[in-house]
Design a protein around this ligand. Structure first.
Ligand SMILES: Cc1cc2nc3c(=O)[nH]c(=O)nc-3n(C[C@H](O)[C@H](O)[C@H](O)COP(=O)(O)OP(=O)(O)OC[C@H]3O[C@@H](n4cnc5c(N)ncnc54)[C@H](O)[C@@H]3O)c2cc1C
Length: 395
């Protein structure tokens, strides 16, 4: 007698590879909570935020209340969630907008992580609890006008004056710079590159918004100026020495982008699936054309692969086994594929695809920034190339 064929679960076009089954209950709960926040509180207003070039001041406290700021850090008021749960959070936030995910990444993975990993116990106690609630906003100043991909060339200087430090220089493209209460600033000293915790009110410290952006508009981007900023010795991050300090923070933020970019792509694909089902061209729905289906099938395949890659890297990170080169693989692939998907979805929406009525052009434009920050695609190719060949080709 032949065995009865197993009953297959229904096919879900929103989860074609049944990846939901790879998550545990806690991960699903966190994901659903963030998804609901994005859908109910954020999406109704996002087009306005993008158009006006800002995010509301309530963003920090709202994300803090949900326990999302520095959520993968342990203690100091942080949620102590898994890396995978943090990744899923980034995915859902970026399904809303890359600007929203950037806010969470900069606060948790860059500013808070820098203090958590490289700061003194006093600095952790002073800053992290209020940053976890979103009452204190942080930024991360590494990039300079002439040094983005090559931060080793930075000119911002730190010199000793007695037991104090004096900082001079400028930083550019700093997310949340003008709204931050505290800036992590990396500077060149006699001892090499070191980091500082700089309260925004320190005399000589100023921030000015960068305007006319056509990408990541729902996010503040600023220049930081340091003009003879005098800091006490205990403002230095004591355990950071050399570029490994800032690079460790970037690796944390890149990990979030591996997931986040999937969120932007997923939102584009889902919007497009809805659109092609109702839009009629030449007397029948756009969904019924082979050219449309080829595009949609290819996008779903890439989206599924990107999701699997993100989850795999999440599991590696939770096991404490992830290498920076592997994060580079994830960032390179997932952002590159996400931006291709967003552009392809844009074609399927026709002229509607260029308006803010649909999220697609907003995601596509945002992903231009995501492609560039936290290491450009070319920088990640060079990182992976060096790991594979043993030869550095940066210079
Ligand atoms: C919206 C936004 C927000 C940002 N937020 C922050 C922030 O909060 N904090 C912060 O410190 N920075 C931030 N950045 C800066 C970001 O990290 C840099 O823009 C990025 O590192 C690239 O540097 P760059 O723009 O100077 O480009 P460049 O380094 O000048 O690169 C230009 C081009 O040259 C290529 N290139 C560079 N080196 C090589 C090489 N060796 N071989 C081949 N090609 C190469 C690059 O891939 C790129 O295509 C942000 C940027 C943006 C757009």
């Amino acid at each position: 007698m032949s065995a009865a064929a197993p009953t297959l679960p229904a096919f879900d076009p929103r989860d074609p590879l049944s990846l939901d089954g790879l998550l545990d209950d806690e991960e699903r709960l966190i994901r659903d909570t963030v998804r609901q926040y994005v859908r109910e509180k954020f999406l109704p207003h996002v087009a306005g935020y993008f158009e006006n070039g800002s995010l509301p001041e309530t963003t920090g406290p709202e994300l803090g209340q949900l326990g999302l700021l520095g959520m993968h850090l342990q203690g100091y008021g942080c949620a102590g969630a898994s890396a995978t749960a943090y990744g899923l959070t980034c995915l859902e936030l970026e399904a809303g907008d890359s600007g929203l995910r950037s806010f969470c990444s900069v606060q948790g993975s860059l500013a808070m992580f820098a203090i958590y990993r490289w700061g003194s116990e006093e600095q952790r106690n002073q800053w992290l609890p209020a940053m976890a609630t979103g009452d204190v906003i942080g930024c991360f100043g590494l990039t300079e006008p002439d040094f983005g991909s090559n931060p080793a060339g930075m000119r911002t200087s730190a010199r000793r004056d007695g037991s104090d430090w004096i900082l001079n220089g400028s930083k550019m493209w700093i997310t949340n710079g003008s709204v931050a209460d505290v800036a992590i600033v990396w500077a060149r000293s006699k001892e090499g590159i070191i980091g500082f915790v700089v309260p925004a009110g320190t005399p000589g410290f100023s921030a000015r918004d960068m305007t006319h952006k056509l990408s990541l508009r729902a996010s503040i981007t600023s220049e930081l100026h340091l003009d003879d900023v005098r800091l006490p010795a205990d403002a230095q991050l004591p355990d950071a020495s050399g570029l490994s300090g800032p690079l460790s923070c970037l690796s944390e933020a890149r990990f979030g982008i591996v997931f986040g970019s999937v969120g932007a792509a997923r939102d584009c694909v889902q919007t497009t699936l809805d659109y092609v089902g109702t839009r009629e061209v030449f007397d029948k729905p756009l969904a019924g054309y082979q050219l449309t289906q080829a595009k949609i099938a290819d996008m779903a395949v890439e989206l599924g692969k990107a999701q699997l890659l993100a989850l795999h890297l999440g599991r590696l990170k939770d096991d404490g086994r992830i290498r920076p080169e592997q994060v580079s693989v994830g960032k390179l692939n997932n952002v590159r594929e996400a931006i291709k998907i967003a552009r392809q979805c844009r074609t399927l929406l026709g002229a509607n695809g260029i308006t803010l009525e649909y999220p697609v052009i907003r995601h596509a434009n945002n992903l231009e920034s995501v492609l560039t920050y936290e290491g450009t695609s070319e920088v990640h190719q060079l990182v992976i190339g060096e790991a594979l060949t043993g030869v550095s080709a940066f210079r």
